[in-house]
Write a protein that binds this ligand. Structure first.
Ligand SMILES: [Zn+2]
Length: 209
């Protein structure tokens, strides 16, 4: 994105809210000069901007705690999942979106099962369950008992998935992060610290699709 600014004194690179690079050009600076300058800043751009990687055929992904090879078969109409493979049909240009849709569908049914189990254990009621694309929050629980999760969590190890679901379901009992809350989470999963550590060091691996 190029931004001509009458008041800008120097050529400047920044990043907008969408994570895209913005090149600010002083009014009198020729565009060709600015672009040549920006080309030399490729390293900076790569380091500071967020470019999500897309899913590609013949890649191995982790889905709900299991590894799958994702294959593209343009002759196939829908998608199929076997023990170790996911076959995605249709045109290659839809591949990334179809993988994402499949992940969301599988993940939602896993969450629904797990939430039901944990809620029963704690004797709490819950509302709707939705999936979102939030990079800063992995899950949330509203005061009316609705739960939402970031779909990318589907690609985390199963102990992390269980922890995040246990965390949000426990909020149905305690809406805070008090010691009582953490005690409740611990009754559902033994992996609190392990999961927090995993999320601290591996969250970047979930930024795909
Ligand atoms: Zn929380």
């Amino acid at each position: 994105m190029i931004h001509k600014n009458r008041r800008a004194k120097n050529l400047r690179l920044s990043v907008n809210k969408q994570g895209q690079p913005v090149l600010t050009i002083p009014f009198l600076c020729p565009k060709w000069y600015a672009l040549r300058w920006a080309e030399k800043q490729a390293g900076w751009i790569q380091k500071h901007t967020f470019q999500p990687q897309k899913f590609v055929p013949n890649q191995v992904i982790s889905l709900c705690g299991k590894d799958y090879l994702i294959i593209h078969d343009p002759k196939q109409k829908g998608n199929t999942i076997t023990n170790m493979e996911i076959v995605i049909g249709g045109d290659l240009s839809f591949f990334n979106r179809r993988v994402k849709d499949l992940i969301k569908k599988e993940f939602l049914s896993l969450i629904q099962k797990q939430v039901r189990e944990y809620a029963q254990k704690l004797g709490v009621h819950y509302g709707h369950i939705t999936l979102r694309d939030t990079s800063s929050r992995w899950g949330s629980c509203s005061s009316s008992g609705n739960l939402s999760f970031c779909w990318r969590v589907a690609m985390a190890p199963d102990f992390v998935i269980r922890y995040l679901i246990a965390h949000e379901v426990s909020h149905l009992k305690h809406m805070d992060h008090s010691p009582y809350f953490w005690k409740t989470v611990a009754t559902l999963t033994p992996d609190i610290m392990r999961s927090k550590n995993w999320l601290r060091y591996h969250a970047q691996e979930l930024q795909i699709g």
